[in-house]
Design a protein around this ligand. Structure first.
Ligand SMILES: Nc1ncnc2c1ncn2[C@@H]1O[C@H](COP(=O)(O)OP(=O)(O)OP(=O)(O)O)[C@@H](O)[C@H]1O
Length: 294
C-alpha cells in the first residue's frame, strides 16, 4: 500500500503576533522515515503537535493518515504513536505496568512484554520508571509510543540528552521499526541522527522549510563544492570549486608533483546546515565543526 502518510500545505500558526509556523509544506510517504531538522524555536514541535492533533492550526491543509488531525476521532488516533519531548509522569508505576496500561488504549496492541524486550528494557520490566536513567526512560517512552502498533510514529527529539552509546542503541531500535514498515516523522537537532536514520530530511528555520532532500545531499550544489588551498610564493591561496580533482591536477602541472601545503576541504553536513538555517545560536557542535573545517 503506497499512500501518503502525511500531506501538509501552507501550514501556519501564530502565537500572539508572531508566526511560529509560516507556511510549511511537508510530504511523508507510507514507510518513509523523515527527519525535521532545525534550531531551537524553528517551529518543529508546533508543526508536529498540529499533525498529532494536539494543537490547532491557523490555516493550511493537513492530512495525516488520510484525515484532518483537528477533527479525527479515536480510530485515527489508534493508528498513530507519539513520543513527546517531555513525558507524562507515571513515575511510581513499573515499566511493565505502564506498557500494559497503554496497550489497553488500543484495539490491536502488540504484546507488552515483546515491546519491552524490543526496546531493550526486559531487565527493567519490574523497575519503577522514576528509577530509570534518562536513556532508559526514553526507551520506555518509545515502548509506549509503539505498543499500539502504529502505522505512523512521531518522535520529538527522541535522543536529546543521550550519550553516544545510548543514541546508537536507539538508532538500532528505529532500524527495527523501519524494517517492520513503520512510517516515522522525527524531529532532531542532530544532523548525524538525520543522516543515520532518515530517508529524507526537511530543514526548518523561522517557521519555513529552507531545504529538503536526502540528508547527505542537503544543500546539494553547496555540498559538492570543495575548497582547495595551497601555498605559493610564500602565501596561502584558496579556490572554491565544483571540480577539485581538476584543480589539484592543474596545480600539480604548475607547481610540481608535491603541491606545498595542499588541502582539499569539503563542507560537512553541519556547514551546509548552518548555511541554510543562519547563525548557530543553539548548535554548539556545528560551531565546532565549522572551526575544524576552516
Ligand atoms: N504555547 C506557546 N505560546 C507562545 N509561543 C509559543 C508556544 N509554543 C511555541 N511558541 C513559540 O513558537 C516558536 C516555535 O516553537 P517550537 O517549539 O515549535 O520550535 P521548535 O523548533 O520545536 O524548537 P525546539 O527545538 O526548541 O523544541 C518559538 O518562538 C516558541 O517560543
Amino acid at each position: 500500500m503506497t499512500e501518503q502518510a502525511i500531506r501538509v500545505r501552507r501550514l501556519t500558526k501564530r502565537y500572539g503576533g508572531r508566526h511560529a509556523v509560516a507556511g510549511i509544506d511537508l510530504d511523508v510517504d507510507d514507510g518513509e522515515i523523515v527527519a525535521v531538522l532545525g534550531p531551537n524555536g524553528a517551529g518543529k514541535t508546533t508543526t508536529v503537535e498540529i499533525l498529532e492533533g494536539y494543537r490547532r492550526r491557523d490555516s493550511g491543509d493537513v492530512r495525516v493518515l488520510g484525515e484532518d488531525p483537528g477533527r479525527a476521532g479515536r480510530r485515527w488516533r489508534a493508528g498513530i504513536g507519539v513520543v513527546l519531548q517531555s513525558t507524562h509522569d507515571m513515575a511510581e508505576m513499573t515499566v511493565r505496568e505502564q506498557v500494559r496500561q497503554f496497550a489497553r488504549y488500543y484495539p490491536d496492541p502488540r504484546d507488552p512484554d515483546e515491546v519491552i524486550a524490543a526496546v531493550g528494557l526486559a531487565a527493567d520490566a519490574g523497575t519503577r520508571s522514576r528509577h530509570l536513567s534518562g536513556g532508559r526512560r526514553r526507551r520506555l517512552d518509545v515502548a509506549l509510543g509503539i505498543v499500539g502498533r502504529p502505522r505512523l510514529l512521531f518522535l520529538d527529539e527522541p535522543t536529546t540528552g543521550f550519550d553516544p552509546e545510548a543514541r546508537r542503541a536507539f538508532w538500532a531500535l528505529i532500524g527495527e521499526l523501519r524494517a517492520a514498515g513503520t512510517t516515522i516523522l522525527l524531529t532532531t537537532h542532530y544532523l548525524e541522527e538525520a543522516e543515520a536514520l532518515a530517508d529524507r530530511a526537511v530543514v526548518v528555520a523561522r517557521g519555513r522549510v529552507v531545504a529538503t532532500g536526502a540528508p547527505a545531499r542537503l544543500g546539494d550544489r553547496a555540498a559538492r563544492r570543495a575548497t582547495v588551498r595551497w601555498t605559493e610564493g610564500g602565501r596561502r591561496h584558496e579556490v572554491l570549486t565544483d571540480t577539485p580533482t581538476r584543480e589539484v591536477s592543474r596545480l600539480a602541472d604548475r607547481l610540481g608533483a608535491e603541491i606545498p601545503g595542499l588541502e582539499v576541504v569539503r563542507p560537512t553536513l553541519e556547514d551546509v546546515y548552518l548555511a541554510l538555517v543562519g547563525p548557530p545560536a543553539s548548535i554548539d557542535s556545528g560551531a565546532d565543526a565549522r572551526e575544524a573545517a576552516s
